[in-house]
Design a protein around this ligand. Structure first.
Ligand code: MEZ
Length: 557
């Protein structure tokens, strides 16, 4: 849907203020960044700081910890699996390493585990590659081949962005392995955007002190996922993939180690038992929980399943009290609602403006600060731009990019977004985009060390499902790097465990029995809730009441 006449009128105001703003950019004059004190003030508007959005966990290793209500609802839910009805004695599959999740981290783990000489089975909810990695746009951070940059600066940026709360060991491993990961991806065939002389292009992202954001147009994640998925397909004898088969419960053995998982075949609706010497949890994030009713950039299967399964098995969670809202999610047209508009658009020079066509925030603040500024502008100061469906947004002035950097820049650097908006009758080289914060990233998750190990032997975790690396706020481009670095590490650790540390034992779901008991003792009203969620339910609740089947009764929304 093209812009309505009302919105076109408001765009005229943006056009009026544009020449002066462009001139300022040309002179290198930027809107002042907020001070640390102003930052704190601004963050009060961030959804993480809305206490009514959180509640206390009453069971498990993090009893007493307050996190988003939507997550607590899942923690306070019964397993989808009834331990009394599941037969663990005849597993359908046996493998060295079971990887739960077929996105970036899971696939990187599979490749590295295979290199260590073990057999791998990937179980994935949808198709191989349907994951947040595939949808990542703007880039991957790595301090490579530059006199001005080094992992040292990358480390400082990541820690500063995370409000100095990050686990230092995890960050050190991330930044020091980044150059090697980039070389690995290139060797496998990933095509990053380059200068004519072969050097990789790099940009700033919010909170970076150096230009180290490498990218493939505005489809960086798709390019990385394409590359590693192709490589996994090159080894069908060693890496098997079960699609449409999400894990719904972990299996432990009588020695307390993780020893497999119960999968659920979405097509046949059968449970499948997989026995494994080691398990990698790489289920990604949870945007589809729509925390505090925010729209999301995440793929359809991002429902936080890995956190729930790991937590039930006894792994503590960390930093799940913080959630990342990407400042620029599309809010118009409605069909594209929530969709990521990469931060790279701001890195390339586009200003953020209110209804008066005025700047109110520097466009490259760390994400939590930037998102808070948008929320304040729309909900407190009344300066948001109204959409035809009663929402609000702020302008992202993309036409500035071609003016500043030459005609064709937008089409070359942002082909994905240009095509998408063009389909809706909007030319982003001429018209700004209307944006609002959108639920993007699960900053926290299952606790790991820098080998991806958890407190449960044989359960290794990698990527967005883990917590600690990003502290309380992740910087742009550190998620693709996280899934590659920690996905690879998880694969190596799992293979090592399978070869050297694994001890056979009797498979059991006793941890599920214990968890159910704890829910009962805590007197939690379950209201029929079961978890993991597996898929979000967008059906109309009134229609649902009249349906014969209550198959999805356990889902939250
Ligand atoms: O790391 C991210 O979340 C990222 C690169 C997003 C983006 O703005 O493109």
């Amino acid at each position: 849907m093209p812009y309505t006449p009302e919105l076109k009128k408001l765009i005229k105001i943006v056009e009026k203020t544009r020449p002066e703003r462009v001139e300022k950019k040309r002179r290198g004059e930027e809107f002042p960044a907020v001070s640390l004190k102003e930052r704190e003030e601004m963050l009060k508007y961030h959804p993480d700081f809305q206490e009514e959005g959180r509640s206390e966990i009453k069971v498990g290793p993090n009893k007493g910890y307050r996190i988003a209500n939507e997550f607590v609802n899942l923690v306070h839910a019964k397993s989808r699996v009834d331990p009394e009805l599941i037969d663990l004695t005849n597993p359908e599959y046996e493998t060295d390493v079971l990887i739960i999740g077929g996105g970036g981290a899971g696939t990187a783990a599979a490749l590295m585990a295979r290199e260590q000489g073990v057999k791998v089975l990937i179980a994935t909810k949808l198709r191989h590659g349907d994951a947040n990695t595939m949808m990542a746009e703007g880039g991957i951070q790595a301090a490579i081949k530059s006199e001005k940059d080094s992992p040292y600066y990358h480390y400082l940026d990541a820690i500063g962005g995370g409000h100095f709360k990050n686990d230092p060991d995890l960050v050190e491993t991330l930044v020091t392995q980044a150059p090697e990961v980039m070389a690995w991806l290139e060797k496998l065939g990933a095509m990053f955007t380059k200068f004519d002389d072969g050097r990789m292009k790099a940009l700033h992202g919010g909170g970076t002190s150096r230009k180290r954001m490498h990218y493939a147009g505005d489809i960086t994640g798709a390019e990385i996922m394409r590359t590693i998925r192709d490589e996994a397909k090159n080894h069908p004898d060693d890496i098997k993939v079960l699609e449409f088969s999400p894990a719904v419960e972990l299996i432990l053995n009588d020695k307390g180690a993780c020893a497999g998982a119960v999968l659920y075949n979405l097509e046949t609706e059968e449970y499948i038992i997989v026995k494994a010497k080691a398990v990698v949890m790489a289920t990604g994030g949870s945007g589809r929980l729509h925390i505090q009713d925010f729209m999301t950039t995440n793929h359809y299967g991002a429902t936080g399943d890995g956190v729930i399964m790991g937590y039930r098995a006894g792994v503590p969670i960390k930093f799940l009290h913080t959630v990342q809202y990407h400042p620029t999610g599309a809010v118009f047209p409605e069909q594209a609602e929530g969709l990521l508009i990469t931060e790279k658009v701001r890195a390339a020079g586009a200003n953020i403006l209110n209804i008066d066509g005025k700047q109110f925030v520097y466009e490259r603040e760390p994400r939590d600060v930037e998102a808070s500024a948008f929320i304040r502008e729309c909900t407190v100061r009344g300066k948001g731009v109204p959409t035809p469906t009663g929402k609000f947004g702020v302008w992202l002035d993309s036409p500035m990019i071609d003016i500043l950097k030459g005609e064709g820049t937008v089409r070359n650097e942002f082909p994905g977004k240009w095509i998408l908006f063009h389909r809706y009758g909007i030319d982003i080289t001429k018209e700004p985009m209307l944006v609002y914060p959108t639920l993007h990233y699960q900053n926290g998750g299952l606790e790991i060390n820098n080998k991806g190990e958890t407190v449960v032997p044989g359960l290794i975790v990698g990527g967005e499902v883990s917590g600690g690396l990003h502290g309380e706020n992740r910087l742009m481009g550190n998620s693709l790097l996280d899934v590659m670095v920690y996905g690879r590490i998880a694969g190596i650790t799992a293979a090592d465990y399978a070869k050297k540390k694994y001890k056979a034992g009797k498979l059991t779901l006793d941890h599920v029995r214990k968890y159910n008991k704890a829910l009962e003792l805590a007197k939690i009203e379950l209201n029929g809730r079961v978890a993991p969620m597996v898929l979000p339910d967008y059906s109309n609740p009134d229609v649902r009441k009249k349906q014969l089947t209550t198959k999805y009764v356990g889902t939250i929304r």
